[in-house]
Design a protein around this ligand. Structure first.
Ligand code: ZN
Length: 109
């Protein structure tokens, strides 16, 4: 059995996507998209989940995406439940990232 530790980064304000808003990571006024990433860290008998849900600019969204995916691939699948959960996170992160990229296609950085 694995025990789950969940840390969620709260979204401070739910600003409208597509509108010019403040990126919740770099604090600059840019076109933002709502992204939701999750990563799992498997520690054989313990696992830790970290979630990020925020309105991010294009730069921060891709930075965080690769950050989360790297952690998932490197530290993710070390456990019985982790082995099942990590691929799910990898897929949902990719889906969310592609959707955000599409939304921010014409965004000026
Ligand atoms: Zn940003």
């Amino acid at each position: 059995m694995e025990a789950a530790v969940t840390n969620t980064t709260p979204a401070f304000n739910a600003t409208n996507a597509n509108a010019l808003g403040q990126c919740q990571l770099c604090r600059s006024m840019r076109q933002t998209a709502h992204v939701k990433f999750a990563r799992n860290i498997g520690m054989l008998v313990l696992r830790q989940t970290r979630r990020l849900e925020a309105n991010l600019c294009k730069t921060c969204a891709s930075k965080e995406f690769w950050n989360f995916q790297g952690m998932n691939l490197l530290l993710g699948p070390w456990g019985v439940i982790s082995l099942i959960i990590t691929p799910i996170y990898l897929v949902t992160n990719t889906v969310n990232y592609v959707a955000a990229q599409r939304e921010l296609k014409g965004a000026v950085e």
